[in-house]
Design a protein around this ligand. Sequence first.
Ligand code: SAM
Ligand code: SF4
Length: 345
Amino acid sequence: MADRSSHVVTQENRALVDGFGRHVTYLRVSLTDRCDFRCTYCMSEHMTFLPREELLTLEELDRLCSAFIMRGVRKLRLTGGEPLVRRNVMSLFRALSRHRESGRLDELTLTTNGSRLALFADELADCGVRRINVSIDTLDADKFRAITRRGDLGKVLAGVEAARAAGIHVKINTVALKGFNEDEIAPLMEWAHGEGHDLCLIEVMPLGDVDEERLDQYLPLTQVRTRLEERYTLTSSSFVTGGPARYVNVAETGGRLGFITPLTHNFCESCNRVRVTCTGTLYMCLGQDDAVDLRAALRNSTGDDAALHRALDQAMLRKPKGHDFLIDRLGQAPAVKRHMSTTGG
Ligand code: SAM
Ligand code: SF4
């Protein structure tokens, strides 16, 4: 008995390493597919959301995240949909904060649209959240309402302020959208840096059917960077967050600017992350459809996590070398059918 059980313990602690020798140390988990916004590049106006019983419970989410942490995940990002619309979400943050306290987890963080951030900022800080990402694509309240189809910019900015007051470092995420915020990138950067926040620009990715044509939205960040360089001095920064962004320092503002460019620059070779949806589906790559069902593994074994760990081992063998994104000038279909709100941004 002792010999075999010690083998099982080894499996539950073994690092997650894929077939290409990459260590998985960063996990993103979507807590819900629901959201109080309907950003035009992310969702369609009339989204059908999953029945609640399909979602992992908060207890299951805690079990799942904890299993990953036992296997060497050091950074955990909770996302969605909008993570802060999930009922009782703070009980999950509270539970997960034990891994921060024990030193097993370096970072517990979230990506939020900020609409409910003012309500939760203090509690998040108390749970050990030190940095968060807040998505803001424009500082014009009318355009903000238009791009989110319902959002209130004032509330989001109040949330950002509350986070800062609670001692949480804020990174602003902005999706670069052709014809929408092209002319606002510099002012957004001036504002963010002036407030002491990092700014990270994201290229629109072909995920899920939305009501608009992707090609109409796609703005290559190479183009944005060239335009910024006409006015600002950008120098490469060695700053890394464990995520896919590449950073530059901006001499004129003294701030940091990140670029996430899945379409113009392939960052797969250093990929250290996997994603789990709110239904417990593990995607080894944001840009591929192959997935492993962790919900079945969780629900089939309530006594111990052996089935879950076996599923994780299987998944590691299937993590692909790279993604297949392509905004096709002829084809209508998105490269990957699921929405960003399903996989978690
Ligand atoms: N609701 C939260 C928010 O908006 O921050 C978290 C989830 S959201 C899916 C995470 C990030 O993905 C946001 O910064 C959002 O702008 C970005 N996003 C959504 N759809 C995208 C797409 N098709 N291409 C690129 N980024 C996208
Ligand atoms: Fe909601 Fe975030 Fe998607 Fe916007 S980007 S619709 S806030 S999940």
